[in-house]
Design a protein around this ligand. Structure first.
Ligand code: ADP
Ligand code: MG
Length: 627
């Protein structure tokens, strides 16, 4: 099971697990072991040292065998600690879920009660409960469980509140499920990992609390021993016969250490975000591990040129070849469209340019990215940092995810300016207003103090563009900037970008999956499939006469306004998985023209008419008229 494998990867957690298994097994088989009776006193043999005949760990002040008492005591302490944890987790979670699910007044009443319990120091509260119920191990268990209920209730309520506002819970309500059913089938499965995590990190704590109560004489009653009461009884002989306290003390230390290490490991292994390698903090730039020669910059006036770029994701023993040798370039004032189905590697290509692919798991394994003739792949972080946002800027698809929700857009624009150029605040603010005006935000002087949530989607995307323009970059890489917008706003934003490149000589790499957008904005277009460019050339030429079967099939999926009724031809099948790319052409399995030769060897990108290239052995012929 992957959970155990993940747990085993964490050495300390594994050590904790092994120790805990040993202790628990030992505790379980204690009654079967040939041990002396733990409660039989023998005052003739008081305070025997450890390793004496018949008493491996010595004896206590009443001559009782310490080894036997230790094992029986451990058994009891573990049982009470676990039982308390299970009770506290169950009741606490139930209270938390009810409070979080119903909210409003129910939530208020329950949580204020919980707060009241939390207002007492927990050990004082436990003492008060035991004082009220009377000393005894069972009452100590109840006390320890009771003081921990608020902790679970608070935790679980917080998680539940987050879940009940999710769409899937609304969907369950709309489908007519009862509250109980929603709680059991929708909320609980999402909460259980949190409960397990909270439990695994508090069991050790509860064992300690029980030991504390027993130490004070409120838990297990003589002659029965648990670890706490053994310590309590040994207290008077601490100086003269230290072994009587060292023995139970060491056991408590071992158990609590092992449980906490294991608990940390369980938490890490259960968190789904950590499974895919997010446990390691991403590095500031993408890891570079280039094999083979590094391409040299080419002549030809390109501002940014990507040359044979290969970016992979190394996840455990799998290698996802997201970008498998992409070559592209843009000149100043030019707009290059990069088009392809979702998952074809467009975003990864774009992010690789500035080393923004998260590492781990991302690795750039080949190629180069030249900006003004300088290789950016493997450039020092300080250099990349200077370039990011200043010379090469990005516009992302979801402006709500890229803008900080708690700062006004003005502050964020000012920050974008000031992080690259030491500008006085007032000047930066004036510049920010100019920027907002240049992206046609009406009433920019007022809008600058708006928060992102106060703006519409189109407006926010304009702020994203303004931010990209803040430092007058040379290249803008726009990753599906209009996909989330409606067509009218899209048209405005496209014409805005078009104006900007004409006015400022910006080079734009425009990523999209929409041929209409490409036709409107781009001078050249590159079609991407399974991490490689399959066709590239001037937009008009390609749109009029696509050569690669994939391009023509992709275009056939686009409905034409006013083009009459025609059947939209979806491409059958799915794009290949990038960790198991087939040999030869990656599109062969979906191509109506596929032949034997398509599935062999490497299909090269070849010239195909004036400034056009195609990666196909049988491209559609390019007629004179189409050129
Ligand atoms: P798109 O063309 O839609 O922008 P992407 O560039 O985002 O596609 O993704 C290209 C490929 O890289 C996809 O097949 C995706 O599964 C893979 N990929 C992206 N990020 C990761 C990651 N962190 N781990 C593994 N594979 C990834
Ligand atoms: Mg993408």
């Amino acid at each position: 099971m992957s959970f155990l494998r993940l747990l085993a990867r964490n050495r300390l957690a594994l050590a904790g697990l092994i120790v805990m298994v040993c202790v628990v097994v030992l505790a379980l088989i204690t009654p079967l072991l040939p041990l002396a009776d733990p409660n039989v006193t023998n005052t003739a043999d008081r305070f025997q040292r450890p390793f004496t005949e018949g008493a491996a760990l010595g004896t206590d002040h009443l001559g009782r065998d310490l080894l036997s008492r230790l094992l029986h005591g451990t058994r009891l302490s573990l049982a009470v600690g676990f039982a308390a944890a299970v009770i506290a987790a169950t009741l606490g979670a139930a209270i938390g879920i009810v409070a979080g699910f119903y909210g409003g007044r129910t939530d208020n009443i329950i949580m204020r009660g919980v707060d009241m319990l939390m207002a007492f120091p927990y050990i004082l509260l436990a003492l008060a409960i035991v004082a009220a119920l009377g000393p005894g191990l069972l009452n100590a268990l109840i006390a320890v469980a009771a003081v921990n209920i608020p902790f679970f209730a608070r935790n679980i309520r917080g998680v539940t509140v987050g879940i009940v506002h999710k769409e899937f819970v609304d969907a369950a309500r709309l489908s007519g499920m009862s509250d109980l059913r929603i709680i059991v089938t929708e909320v609980l499965p999402n909460v259980i990992p949190v409960i397990v995590i909270a439990m695994s990190t508090t069991v050790g704590w509860m064992i300690l609390e029980t030991a504390g109560l027993s130490f004070l004489g409120l838990g297990s009653q003589p002659p029965v021993a648990d670890l706490g009461s053994m310590l309590g009884e040994a207290r008077s002989a601490l100086i003269t016969n230290p072994h009587t306290s060292v023995v139970p003390g060491t056991m408590i230390l071992i158990i609590v250490m092992a449980i906490n290490l294991l608990g940390d490991g369980v938490r890490d292994a259960l968190d789904p975000r950590l499974k895919s390698g997010a446990l390691n903090r991403p590095m500031p730039t993408t890891l570079v591990d280039r094999k083979g020669p590094v391409p040299q910059p080419k002549e030809g006036g390109a501002l940014l040129s990507i040359d044979g770029l290969k970016t992979e994701f190394h996840v455990k023993d799998r290698v996802y070849k997201a970008v498998g040798g992409v070559t592209l370039s843009v000149r100043p004032g030019e707009c290059l469209g990069l088009i392809g189905e979702s998952g074809s590697g467009k975003s990864v290509t774009a992010l690789s340019v500035m080393g923004l692919v998260a590492s781990p798991p991302g690795v750039i394994t080949g190629g180069a990215v030249h900006f003004e003739g300088q290789d950016l792949v493997g450039a020092p972080y300080a250099h990349l940092r200077k370039m990011r946002g200043d010379r090469v800027a990005y516009i992302f698809q979801d402006p709500l995810a890229t803008l900080h929700p708690l700062y006004t857009v003005g502050d964020q624009l000012i920050e974008a300016v000031q992080s690259h150029h030491a500008t006085p605040k007032s000047e930066a603010r004036a510049h920010a207003i100019d920027l907002l005006k240049s992206v046609r935000i009406p009433n920019a002087e007022k809008r600058i103090d708006s928060y992102p949530h106060e703006m519409s989607g189109g407006m926010r995307q304009r702020v994203g563009i303004a931010m990209a323009l803040a430092n007058d970059p040379d290249v803008i890489i726009a990753d599906e900037p209009t996909t989330a917008l409606d067509v009218t706003v899209q048209a405005q934003i496209l014409s805005l970008l078009d104006d900007l490149r004409r006015e400022r000589g910006l080079a734009i790499v425009f990523i999209t999956h929409d041929f209409g957008v490409v036709a409107q904005l781009c001078d050249r277009v590159a079609v991407m499939y399974a991490g490689r460019i399959v066709e590239e050339g001037p937009t008009d030429a390609i749109l009029n006469a696509p050569s690669h079967p994939y391009t023509s099939r992709l275009m056939a999926c686009v409905p034409e306004l006013g083009g009459g009724r025609r059947e939209l031809a979806a491409i059958p099948g799915l794009p290949p998985v990038v960790d198991r790319l087939p040999e030869g052409c990656a599109f062969a399995d979906r191509c109506h023209k596929a032949q034997e030769a398509c599935r062999r060897g490497e299909i090269e990108l070849v010239d195909n008419g004036p400034s056009r290239t195609v990666r196909c052995i049988a491209p559609e012929p390019v007629t004179e008229a189409a050129q």
